[in-house]
Design a protein around this ligand. Structure first.
Ligand code: PLP
Length: 390
């Protein structure tokens, strides 16, 4: 046996490690955290109620439950399927695999393939790159930049038989893929025997008529896998629940990926707790949906206000409306790391240097809008001052 030396190649993680090392040394008093994408609002009441009822059921012999089904309880899968129907995506219950969140969902899918060439945007959610680096997969980068409105297309892409990562709304850019562009990607994937790995963790943040699911696009069932999460709209980052959707019609090298993934989950995953799944199912009730929408609106409003301050200070901010993230080129030709230090040392604001989301993003910066209104008002004042003093 030898060690997996691929861990040493985790470059992007290096920036996050550096950031957290620096954060350990600063006085936390008055610090405003606009760095990581972790929610601050509490679990909505209808969800708490549902989890509490489930917990009480677990406390009685008659209603106690042991291991859950590896792919999730029927009640949650029905609720997910019905929600997808409401947004115009027709998926079956058997295509849904409930899990403990999108991050592990994304990693678990890699078990289905060998000799992967992963097509990953720069910038992108770092876990895409990390999961593929750890496995020693080949990586091909597509660049999201001003020339393509931060939405890469398959035009001129010579690859085939590859795993294409698409995140919409995107982290960190906040851009959302339109119907036509997604159809172009779906056609490309079907033509080149490739698989799209569609990350819809922020789909509830879509405020336009852009697709919330890849399965709204004709042809997606034969080339796409979707990964979704309760984290960002239902305050679930600390509860942990998400799901993967693989249509029964999806085959690769003559094998059903749905069946392979079911076998993978049976072999390696013991399911999500009953309490968590009951809590998640409450999101799809009238009261739950209303509460989730309130959460999304709260963070979107934060993002709008932060963007206005940045724009007012002359910063080139991406004009996005469907995301809790704000992505921009650092002012004054500063590097992301220098701007991070400047904001932290002088204004006690924590952001994320762009370099953490991919090479060539060293001059970019991401602010997260996952903060309370109290922190938001302070952040706005401090940001205004920070930009003026540059
Ligand atoms: N996908 C994207 C694009 C994310 O930004 C995140 C978390 O920040 C995740 C997935 C992970 O979500 P989860 O909390 O469900 O693991």
């Amino acid at each position: 046996m030898s060690i997996n030396n691929n861990f040493e190649r985790l470059g992007g993680e290096y920036i996050f490690a550096k950031v957290s090392k620096k954060l350990k040394t600063v006085d936390k008093n008055g610090l405003i955290k606009l760095g990581i994408g972790d929610g601050v609002l509490p679990l909505p009441k209808p969800l708490v109620k549902s989890a509490a009822i489930a917990a009480r059921e677990m406390g009685k012999t008659k209603t106690f439950k042991g291991y859950p089904p590896a792919s999730g309880y029927g009640f949650l899968k029905t609720a997910i399927k019905d929600y997808y129907r409401r947004i115009g995506a027709y998926i079956s219950e058997d295509s849904i695999f409930v899990n403990d969140g999108a991050k592990s969902g994304l990693a678990s899918i890699l078990d289905l393939f060998d000799n992967i060439t992963a097509v990953i945007n720069v910038p992108s959610y770092p876990a895409y790159l990390s999961a593929n680096i750890i496995r020693g997969n080949k990586i091909y980068h597509l660049y999201a930049n001003a020339q393509n409105n931060y939405l890469p297309t398959p035009d001129g892409l010579k690859l085939e038989n590859c795993l294409i990562y698409i995140c919409s709304p995107d982290n960190p850019t906040g851009e959302v893929y339109g119907r036509d562009l997604l159809k172009t990607w779906v056609d490309f994937a079907n033509k080149t025997r490739s698989i799209i790995l569609f990350d819809s963790a922020y789909s509830r943040y879509v405020t336009t008529n852009a697709p919330k699911s890849i399965f709204e696009i004709p042809g997606a069932k034969t080339c796409a896998i979707e990964v979704n999460s309760f984290s960002k709209f239902a305050c679930f980052t600390g509860i942990r629940c998400g799901f993967v959707i693989i249509d029964e019609a999806l085959t690769f090298c003559g094998k059903s990926l749905n069946k392979l993934f079911a076998a993978r989950q049976d072999a390696l995953f013991n399911g999500v707790s009953y309490i968590t799944q009951k809590c998640a199912a409450a999101v799809f009730t009238k009261k739950g949906e209303r509460a989730a929408q309130k959460t999304v609106d709260y963070y979107l409003d934060n993002a709008r206000q932060l963007k206005a301050v940045l724009k007012g200070g002359g910063v080139k901010v991406l004009d996005t409306t469907n995301s809790p993230y704000i992505w921009f080129e650092c002012p004054d030709d500063l590097s992301g790391e220098a701007f991070f230090d400047y904001l932290l040392d002088n204004y006690k604001i924590v952001g994320t240097p762009g370099g953490g989301f991919g090479k060539d993003c060293k001059n970019y910066f991401r602010l997260s809008a996952f903060c309370t209104k109290k922190d938001l008002s302070l952040a706005k004042i401090r940001l205004q001052k920070a930009l003026k003093s540059l």
